[in-house]
Design a binder for this molecule. Structure first.
Ligand code: C2E
Ligand code: CA
Ligand code: CA
Ligand code: CA
Length: 276
């Protein structure tokens, strides 16, 4: 059994094994997960209305040596709370950059990366992204950053400055989980955005009555009126797809086309440059 360590790490002692607390495991082990090569990046295709691959979202996977697969929905919030998110994002960006470089002979779509709202408080945030990307002779134009509405709990003027910095550097920005953030919509008119990602919860309601459909229709209409593209998340059924298409939804992501794929598998979907 492990000694009680710097992080109050008692979770491995035999007598406590049965009451292992997920939060504690995560908090203790996530620090080392990067060095131990336990993290992996998956890529989920984003397709256009013809089903043609046009982008991909990078999604973290953590294979814990003892506890198996831990969902990012569980460990990302812990990483945010304990100051580990900057390291994680840096690792994600590094891994995406390596993927892009390793597949330079292929037609690469824009890769979307999830950014935590917390990271916006760091005045060096944008610069640190640029150092990584330009250090590898890549361009921010190859990337989209996904941010949730949690962001708008902080000062709008700070966020606006940050968004402008990102946009001027060449990144495009998408609002993730759109419609779930309990925030005012006024930010839509003040920020340089490219896309809204309609949360899967709305998509799921398409097959469940007229009100579900009406809400999705209204979101798409509003987005288009604001000159924003719409990505539908979590599209699983033909019914959802057909309805979204009938409302001119621009992009689609979901199990109907593909689950998130390991990098090598995703790369095989990409045509070699010149083949298209
Ligand atoms: P998200 O950004 O909303 O990502 C979409 C989630 O929906 C992913 O879950 C994806 O696997 C899942 N999904 C996609 N299509 C379907 C579908 O058709 N049906 C269903 N049921 N699910 C679908 P995942 O990979 O478990 O990630 C969960 C959340 O963890 C993400 O939600 C995101 O908030 C966070 N996350 C994942 N990777 C990162 C990362 O690198 N950085 C940060 N900050 N957060 C991340
Ligand atoms: Ca996302
Ligand atoms: Ca989302
Ligand atoms: Ca989500």
């Amino acid at each position: 059994a492990k000694e009680r360590g710097r992080d109050n790490c008692v979770i491995y002692s035999a007598e406590m094994e049965h009451q292992v607390n997920t939060q504690l495991i995560i908090q203790n082990d996530l620090r080392d997960a990067i060095e131990r090569h336990e993290l992996e990046l998956y890529y989920q295709p984003i397709v256009d209305e013809h089903g043609i691959l046009s982008g991909a979202e990078a999604l973290l996977r953590w294979r814990h040596p003892q506890y198996g697969f831990i969902s990012p929905a569980d460990f990302i919030p812990v990483a945010e709370r304990f100051g580990l998110i900057d390291n994680l994002t840096r690792w994600v960006l590094k891994d995406v950059c390596e993927f892009v470089q390793q597949n330079a002979e292929r037609e690469l779509p824009k890769i979307s990366i999830n950014i935590s709202a917390r990271q916006f408080n760091d005045p060096k945030f944008v610069e640190s992204l640029l150092v990584q990307i330009k250090g590898r002779q890549l361009t921010p134009r190859a990337f989209e950053l996904e941010l949730t509405e949690h962001l708008f709990l902080t000062d709008l003027s700070l966020i606006k400055a940050r968004f402008t910095e990102l946009q001027q550097a060449g990144f495009t920005i998408a609002i993730d989980d759109f419609g779930t953030g309990y925030s005012s919509l006024s930010y839509l008119q003040h920020l340089p955005l490219s896309r809204l990602k309609i949360d899967a919860a709305f998509v799921r309601n398409i097959g469940k009555g007229e009100k579900g459909k009406t809400l999705v229709k209204a979101i798409i209409e509003m987005a288009h009126a604001m000159k924003l593209d719409v990505v539908a998340e979590g599209v699983e059924t033909e019914e959802q797809h057909t309805y979204l298409k009938s409302q001119q939804c621009d992009w689609f992501q979901g199990y109907m086309w593909s689950k998130p794929l390991p990098a090598a598998e995703f790369a095989r979907l990409l045509p070699r440059a010149g083949e298209v």
